[in-house]
Design a protein around this ligand. Structure first.
Ligand code: UD1
Ligand code: CA
Length: 453
């Protein structure tokens, strides 16, 4: 039977105290709603509808590239009323799965279990047992099946003692749901049209309602404020780092690594504390990440070592490179095998050839550096004239002395040596020593200035 997914995301989220709509709040870099949409994609439905309201334009714009049906709920009159807005686009005969834009950690596998366990024509609710069920809808069962849900605010003392709560996630036969929604009332403690009232209506119509329990409370956790957002972030990070460790990565402290995008690791990778991975990062076999690094959208070749305090973005290294401590690789930094980029070295949009060393206090931008080059401390490629960027090309085996400025565009020939302190404005020929310095003088009889009285 075909499936339609309806994602409720119209709530305001006032408790976030943010100008950003709640479902756009980032969890591991991705908006809350993005996580739910990804789960929906994984489950696979022939129709995904988002019910939106508050911050609607911003929410829609953020997901403009996705195939989503949008249903406006101008006034938030309750979860039942929200689903009503989505129903006109749901094809006859479809099953309808209700998800929530602020419940981001639900696994596709859990939903698949729920849909597989529910025969066509039956209904199912995803539940979980909580030590403290305060605030949630309580699940009332008879003979093992769910017979109704009662909201905390409407519950009796006795009902409030029930620890099995309604996660909100629900699977319904669509055609029946359409009828039930028409009969919702708002005669309850909150004056809202409760979607959950459909449970008792289903039972009255002779429809079996299955209560499927989720493995963990994390999965069905709803995010309402920044505290819960942080809690969800931790839970998600734990999940990701656990998967890494199961895949053989050694992590010094699982609580002190953050994987905000997609991290893929080869064999025998080691990750020390306090590294943040963002975007798509690929670490080859045996890569070693020491403490305190940020690595974004980069690929590090096998055996590469990243010492502490590096900032690496949009970079690519070959095998057995050594970076940092305190190195910065910016987008377009492409290092061949066995390259060293040491402390206070910045490399941007440049290629560095095999075995070359840029060890200290250097800026390399818009450059093409050959193999076996030694770039001395304090070297600067002056790539920018205030208006345009220019290229520096350094041939294989060149030796650039310390404190050299290379005013681009220029070329340093193969095996050339550039004397320390030179400021080159023209190309240097291969194989020769090129110097550009004033002659050193010592001034006889010179006196240091003294402080005026
Ligand atoms: C709902 C359930 C409750 C369950 C809990 C789980 C109902 C009546 N109650 O309660 O049984 O235990 O979720 O978290 O369904 N929304 C809209 N439009 C509306 C109202 C809500 O889009 O008019 C969206 C909200 O943005 C939110 C979600 O639906 O993401 C849940 O709404 P909320 O009002 O928070 O429901 P709860 O009171 O938490
Ligand atoms: Ca809620």
């Amino acid at each position: 039977m075909s499936l339609s997914i309806v994602i409720l995301a119209a709530g305001q989220g006032t408790r976030m105290r943010s100008s950003l709509p709640k479902v756009l709040q980032p969890l591991a870099e991705k908006p809350l709603l993005g996580h739910v949409l990804d789960t929906a994609d994984e489950i696979g439905a022939d129709d995904v509808c988002v019910v939106y309201g508050h911050g609607g334009d911003e929410v829609r714009a953020r997901f403009a590239d996705r195939d989503i049906r949008w249903a406006l709920q101008a006034e938030q009159l309750g979860t039942g009323h929200a689903v009503v807005q989505a129903m006109p686009g749901v094809a006859d005969g479809n099953r309808v799965l209700i998800l929530f834009g602020d419940v981001p950690l639900l696994k596709a596998a859990t939903i698949e279990h729920l849909t597989n366990a529910t025969p066509d024509g039956d209904m199912a609710v995803l539940t979980v047992d909580l030590d403290d069920p305060t605030g949630y809808g309580r699940i009332v069962r008879e003979d093992g099946y769910v017979v109704r849900n009662v909201e905390h605010k409407d519950a009796t003392e006795e009902e409030r003692r029930i620890r099995e709560i309604n996660s909100g996630v629900m699977l319904c036969p669509g055609d029946r749901l359409r009828q039930w929604l028409q009969n919702l009332s708002s005669h309850n403690a909150q004056g809202e049209q409760y979607l959950t009232d459909a449970i008792a209506m289903a039972v009255a119509d002779g429809v079996t309602v299955h209560g499927i329990k989720a493995d963990s409370a994390d999965e069905v956790m709803g995010i309402n404020d920044k505290l819960q957002l942080a809690e969800a972030e931790r839970a998600l990070q734990c999940r990701r780092v656990e998967a890494l460790m199961r895949a053989g990565v050694t992590v010094a402290d699982p609580a002190r690594v953050d994987i905000r995008g997609a991290l893929s690791c080869g064999a025998d990778v080691f990750i020390d504390i306090d590294t943040v991975f963002e975007g798509d990062v690929v670490l080859g076999d045996g890569v070693r990440i020491e403490a305190h690094n940020l690595i974004r959208d980069s690929e590090l070749g096998a055996g590469t070592v990243v010492h502490g305090h590096c900032h690496i973005e949009g970079a690519h290294t070959g095998r057995n490179c050594e970076l940092g401590p305190f190195a910065r690789l910016r987008p377009g930094a492409k290092l061949a095998d066995r390259v060293k980029a040491g402390n206070y070295v910045e490399i941007k949009k440049s290629e560095v050839g095999e075995g070359s060393k840029v060890n200290h206090l250097t800026y390399i931008g818009d450059a093409e550096i050959g193999a076996g080059v030694n770039v001395g401390a304090g070297t600067i490629t002056c790539n920018y004239d205030g208006a345009n960027k220019h290229k520096t090309v350094i041939g294989d085996g060149a030796f650039i002395g310390s404190g050299v400025e290379l005013v681009a565009p220029l070329e340093v020939g193969e095996n050339a040596t550039i004397g320390a302190g030179s400021t080159l404005t023209r190309s240097a020929p291969e194989g020769q020593l090129t110097l550009e310095r004033a002659r050193q003088v010592s001034v006889e009889g010179w006196k240091r200035p003294v402080k005026k009285k």
